[in-house]
Design a protein around this ligand. Structure first.
Ligand code: SAH
Length: 471
């Protein structure tokens, strides 16, 4: 983080604006939304600022800048077209530890102005640290469009009722539940629609409803790694969680979306190395839920695909705990999309089979003749380390040695790497491969070359001439 975001209380504090042209005017208009005392130093001032001076909204204290005006000043904005003067102001402010912004010269700013979305008392301030103003503008438009214009009113009413609610619900968790329930329900919609009376009556009713603090366990699929692939529901739940038990595969980007005050515990496995075993995980889930907490079990991909979600759910249900499931995009589906390998295709595959490669070779229950059917695409989770054994088995049961196979690591993320090869020649595919990785086997793999679209600079490592050998 190049700049630390913070909200300043400028109420009745001196802010100095040096310069009084158009540029200064924009900053003054912003500052006028606060109760700051705005002092202006400038040889001459533009008409609009002149009006502010007459209406005593700002004070024109001098024509010439001098060090004495920095006394008792919290913030300085230099908006003159005299670069030497700007430089001098910057230097003096820095020496005196006063925050200064020389407009349009980031090198002479100890603070920068964020882009502001004002639904006071809700204020959103965003910044690209001066790196990408247009991107910031687009982002701001997006945020503006999803925030109701009367959002501020919701916050005002919440503020007015805060102490009443605090007296009513003495436990912090009860209070949080109350606000979540209220704000997620028809109360907010009524405020947005201008039905304030109705909204208040809903609020009063909600307070009176006996609050039974029920914990719950929510299994959430986080998708294959790219945080853009989180579902809206997953995001909502992550924002409401009290406790999150997450796997090692969950990326930092995704962890960053969790409510800041939630307790986050990594319970994952990495390459077979167990940090906390399954029984302990289940025990923790149930214990937290019994304390009345909203417990999120965050898993890579989809919780019901090789994720042991079923077992955790069974245990939660048997313990009489409320459960919810939020599906996620499983690695096979996400990776298929991000590599341009359609798992089914009328000309190549009638269907698909997901298997786990983990200890699959010796398991008699795997029907290798079905897995070797060339009309199906085979997706192998946890199988990249056994790629040679799996290939040999498939060939033994009838697959052609020329069958295309893709080994994809860190799929859907910017580190995605795709290696394409043939079933008969897999030994050199595993070099430099990183975890997690997944195998896609079948004719659809041929389409990758034509349909790939993501992360093209991270070159795929294709074995040459494969296309001429496949019929
Ligand atoms: N529940 C998960 C799968 C858990 S098993 C899901 O639905 O996706 C873990 C295996 O998933 C890994 O060993 C790997 O084979 C695969 N996997 C998960 N994320 C992956 C990724 N981003 N890239 C490649 N493989 C991935």
């Amino acid at each position: 983080m190049d700049y630390f975001p913070a909200f300043l209380d400028l109420k009745y504090k001196n802010v100095l604006v040096v310069g009084a042209g158009e540029v200064a005017l924009n900053k003054i208009k912003l500052l006028l939304r606060t109760k700051a005392i705005i002092n202006i130093i400038s040889e001459c001032i533009c008409q609009e600022i002149q009006c502010f001076v007459q209406r005593k909204k700002v004070y024109w204290i001098s024509k010439k800048f001098s060090k004495i005006y920095l006394k008792k000043t919290y913030l300085v904005i230099a908006a003159t077209n005299d670069t030497k003067l700007n430089q001098k102001i910057f230097q003096m402010c820095n020496n005196a530890c006063i925050f200064v912004n020389v407009v349009d010269d980031q090198s002479k700013c100890s603070f920068i102005f964020p882009s502001i979305i004002d639904r006071s008392p809700i204020v959103l301030a965003i910044s690209s640290s001066g790196k990408a103003p247009i991107l910031l503008r687009l982002l701001r438009q997006k945020i503006e469009s999803i925030l109701p214009s009367r959002l501020g009113e919701i916050a005002v009413i919440a503020g007015q009722w805060r102490s009443v609610v605090k007296n009513y619900f003495t436990r912090f968790l009860d209070r949080r539940r109350f606000w979540e329930k209220l704000l997620n329900g028809p109360f907010s919609q009524n405020v947005i629609n201008g039905n304030i009376k109705k909204a208040i009556s809903i609020l009063k009713k909600t307070i009176k409803q006996p609050s039974v603090l029920m914990g719950e366990i929510i299994l959430v699929g986080a998708g294959p790694g790219n945080s853009d692939l989180l579902t809206l529901r997953a995001l909502q739940v992550l924002q409401e969680a009290d406790v999150v038990l997450y796997d090692c595969l969950i990326s930092k980007d995704i962890l960053d979306r969790i409510r800041r005050d939630a307790k986050c515990i990594c319970v994952g496995k990495r390459a077979g190395k167990i940090i906390i075993n399954q029984t302990q995980i289940i025990k923790m889930l149930i214990e937290f839920a019994k304390e009345g907490k909203k417990v999120v079990r965050l898993k890579g991909g989809d919780p019901f695909i090789f994720g042991r979600g079923g077992e955790e759910l069974e245990a939660a249900k048997s313990a009489g705990i409320l459960v919810q499931i939020v599906p996620g995009i499983t690695a096979g589906i996400g990776i298929a999309a991000y590599t341009g390998i359609p798992l089914t295709h009328r000309n190549y595959a009638k269907g698909l089979i997901f298997i786990t490669g983990h200890k699959c070779i010796d398991k008699f229950e795997n029907n290798w003749s079905i897995l070797s059917d060339p009309n199906y695409t085979l997706v192998v989770y946890m199988g990249s380390l056994q790629i040679i054994e799996i290939s040999q088995k498939l060939i033994f049961y009838g697959c052609k040695k020329s069958t295309p196979i893709a080994l994809i690591s860190q799929g859907t993320t910017i580190n995605q790497r795709v290696v394409i090869g043939k079933l008969g020649e897999t030994s050199n595919m595993i070099k430099n491969i990183t975890t997690p990785s997944l195998l896609i086997i079948g004719r659809v793999v041929l389409l990758h070359e034509k349909l790939k679209w993501f992360n093209l600079s991270n070159r795929s490592n294709n074995i040459k001439n494969i296309y001429s050998v496949i019929d």
